[in-house]
Design a binder for this molecule. Structure first.
Ligand code: TXA
Ligand code: MG
Length: 351
């Protein structure tokens, strides 16, 4: 058991004494959870194999699931990767931001960080605390989301504490994260390039820069697809799961509501405590034990920001079943639906 120190940090003007204390831990091989614009990350020195191994232990993460390397200077991408595609400068112009690129790894990246693959995932986050920490550590920082494996990603320091208190050295608390879903992961080693995980950088916007960009089929999948050799090991692990059973109902808003209420009634007859994950437009229409709203259907960014927090809240309220409304797949809606479908274990009702 470690003593986990929690430091409040100003998200716009991070106090440098606190950043220095965190950077010292990183340099000495320890673990620091820190905010990014997407979700909180659990950081270690990406070039120190023992330190990276500690991340897997703290999270109970399967050892074959590689970790994103966070940089504060675009030039570091050239040290960490080789055989970069010719349009890489144009793509890196989208940094800092919620975009992770997969490139061929250089020999300085330990296999602990790449999960044994010959590629490396790299991203430059835009959060001031994240950038200050990487800069001050003077090493690239390997960081998966700072949750126990299989749990919803943390969007507040409190979520990190719930999962990792006593397992890591420090948590930098700069308040809730802005985007709320993880970065978009793009494989630039495949031809054509493919989105392996939809995320905070909308596909529509990315396609304006990477013209031949495709979505990897499982991104849109509404049922379990068996992939022999998934390009992203994260795809085969169970994800984003709240403790309660989650059922996702997809279809037009008008027909969704009746179906969801019917399911609520059925489970309540069986004496189960039922929660509904609704939207602002429909929230008032449900009668259930707990009803929460993601936000307006017209505002996918707002719904994305609330998603993981609400899944955790349902667990705190000890519901047995969560019935969730599907939302439109445009913009951040694609990332939301990808997370909800996985969280449901593809328990999807179409109406
Ligand atoms: O927004 C984010 O991306 C957050 C913050 C902390 O930056 N990080 C995050 O990391 O979500 P994690 O480990 O929870 O998800 C990383 C995903 C996993 O699905 C992993 O399998 C995939 O990226 N990945 C990492 N390196 C890869 C590689 N070399 N090839 C293919 N997939 C890779
Ligand atoms: Mg994760």
């Amino acid at each position: 058991m470690k003593r986990t120190v929690i430091l409040k940090v100003n998200s716009e003007r991070p106090e440098m004494d606190k950043i220095r204390a965190a950077a010292k831990i990183i340099r000495e091989g320890g673990l620091v959870a820190f905010p990014t614009e997407t979700v909180y990350g659990l950081g270690a020195d990406a070039l120190n194999p023992e330190a990276v191994r500690e991340i897997y232990t703290a999270k109970n993460r399967p050892l074959d699931n590689p970790i994103i390397v966070h940089i504060s200077d675009k030039r570091d991408a050239y040290r960490l990767a080789r055989e970069l595609p010719e349009n890489i400068d144009e793509i890196m112009r989208l940094w800092p931001g919620p975009l992770t690129v997969i490139l061929k790894a250089s020999e300085i990246v330990p296999r602990e960080t790449t999960g044994g693959l010959d590629t490396v995932a790299i991203r430059m986050p835009s959060h001031k605390v994240a950038l200050a920490l990487i800069r001050e550590s003077r090493v690239p920082i390997a960081a998966p989301s700072a949750n126990l494996a299989g749990r919803p990603s943390p969007t507040t320091a409190e979520h990190v504490k719930q999962d990792l208190d006593g397992r890591i050295d420090m948590i930098l608390d700069a308040g809730p994260t802005k985007i709320g879903v993880e970065s978009t992961v793009v494989d630039l080693t495949s031809k054509p390039p493919r989105v392996l995980r939809p995320g905070g950088f909308p596909f529509e916007d990315l396609k304006c820069v990477i013209k031949d960009l495709r979505l990897y089929p499982s991104v849109m999948a509404d049922r379990e697809i068996r992939i022999e050799q998934p390009p992203s090991p994260g795809m085969k692990h169970r994800h984003y799961a709240p403790k309660a059973k989650l059922i996702l109902v997809e279809g037009r808003m008008e027909t969704l509501v009746d179906k969801i209420q019917e399911l609520v009634n059925k489970y309540r007859c069986e004496k189960r405590r039922v929660g509904v994950l609704s939207t602002d437009e429909t929230k008032h229409l449900y009668r259930a034990d707990v009803v929460k709203s993601l936000g307006s259907r017209k505002d996918p960014a707002c719904m994305a920001k609330n998603l993981f927090r609400l899944l955790r809240e349902f667990d705190e309220e000890q519901v047995d079943v969560i019935i969730a409304e599907g939302v439109p797949m445009r913009n951040l809606g694609l990332a939301i639906m990808n997370r909800l479908r996985k969280a449901s274990g593809f328990n999807i009702v179409k109406v």
